[in-house]
Design a protein around this ligand. Structure first.
Ligand SMILES: C[S@@+](CC[C@H](N)C(=O)[O-])C[C@H]1O[C@@H](n2cnc3c(N)ncnc32)[C@H](O)[C@@H]1O
Length: 251
C-alpha cells in the first residue's frame, strides 16, 4: 500500500523560517484540516479544484491527491483503463504555487511519486504494468499545475504572470466512460481572479514557429523569415495523451 512519508521534516533551517515563514504542516494536522466539514467532501470530489498558494513540499497537495485517488479506486476502477483516465482527471484538479525553487521541485516529485506508486499498485491488481503514456501524462499535468512563483504578486519566478491550465473533460463524467478527452486551456492567475473565460485550447503565449529556411536555397534576409505566434491552440486529446502537448493551427 502506497503511504505518505513517515519521517516528517517540519523545518529545514532557522534562516528559512525567519526569511520565508517556512514551517511545514505535520500529517496529523493536515488530516484534521482536510476532515473539516465541507473541505472533506471537496477533497473526495473528482473535479473540485484545489489551489495551495504556499505549497511547500506538498503536504496538503499530496494528502488531497491521496483522498481523490482513494475515491477513484472505489468508484472508477472497473477496468485499469477507467482508473487511468479518472485518476488523471482527479490529479488535474490539484494546483499549487511555491516561492522557493527547491520546495517547488520537491513538491512536483512528491506529487509524481505518490501518483506513480498508487497507479503501479492498481495496475498490478489487474495483472498489468504501468503504461508510459499515463505516467508521462501525469508528469505533464503535475508540472503544469505547479508554479514556482509568488502568490502575492501573481508572478512566476521568470517574471511572467503565473499560468495555470484548465483540463476540461469533454465527456459526461457521471456516465462513467472508460476514456476521457480533454481541452487544455491556459489562464493567468489574474484571469482566474477575474473569472475570465478564455477560448478553449488557448495558450497564454503560443510558441513562435520559425518557418523552415531552405539551407540550399538563396540566402534569406532575416526580415523575410516569418514567425507566427498567435494562431495555435492545444488540440482536444485523450487525457492519457496530454503528455504529447499537441498544438494545432486555429485557421
Ligand atoms: C508555512 S510553509 C507551509 C508549506 C505547506 N503549505 C505546508 O503546510 O506544509 C510556507 C511555504 O510558503 C512559501 N511561501 C512564502 N511566501 C510565499 C508566497 N508569497 N508565494 C508562494 N509561496 C510562498 C514558503 O517558501 C514555504 O515553503
Amino acid at each position: 500500500m502506497a503511504e505518505i512519508k513517515a519521517t516528517e521534516i517540519l523545518i529545514k533551517s532557522k534562516f528559512r523560517v525567519q526569511k520565508h515563514g517556512e514551517v511545514f504542516t505535520p500529517a496529523w494536522m493536515v488530516k484534521k484540516m482536510l476532515d473539516i466539514e465541507g473541505i472533506k467532501e471537496f477533497a473526495e470530489n473528482l473535479t473540485a479544484n484545489f489551489l495551495e498558494p504556499a505549497a511547500g513540499t506538498g503536504n496538503f497537495m499530496v494528502a488531497i491527491q491521496e483522498r481523490k485517488l482513494n475515491m477513484v479506486k472505489k468508484n472508477y476502477c472497473e477496468t485499469l483503463t477507467q482508473y487511468e483516465n479518472y485518476s488523471l482527471i482527479a490529479l488535474a484538479s490539484i494546483y499549487g504555487i511555491e516561492l522557493l525553487e527547491d520546495n517547488a521541485q520537491e513538491c512536483v516529485m512528491n506529487m509524481y511519486e505518490y501518483y506513480h506508486d498508487v497507479y503501479t499498485e492498481v495496475a498490478h491488481k489487474f495483472g498489468k504494468k504501468p503504461k508510459k503514456n499515463v505516467l508521462n501524462s501525469a508528469k505533464v499535468i503535475i508540472k503544469a499545475n505547479m508554479s514556482q512563483g509568488d502568490f502575492l504578486t501573481k508572478l512566476a519566478s521568470n517574471g511572467e504572470p503565473i499560468i495555470f491550465s484548465e483540463w476540461k473533460a469533454t465527456n459526461d463524467l457521471g456516465g462513467k466512460d472508460k476514456t476521457i478527452t480533454v481541452n487544455r486551456t491556459e489562464y493567468t492567475l489574474q484571469d482566474i481572479y477575474d473569472k475570465k473565460k478564455n477560448e478553449l485550447g488557448s495558450l497564454y503565449k503560443a510558441p513562435a514557429i520559425i518557418h523552415q529556411v531552405d539551407l540550399f536555397g538563396e540566402f534569406e534576409e532575416p526580415e523575410n523569415i516569418q514567425s507566427s505566434e498567435q494562431n495555435l491552440r492545444y488540440s482536444t486529446v485523450k487525457i492519457t495523451d496530454v503528455y504529447k502537448e499537441e498544438l494545432e493551427s486555429i485557421d
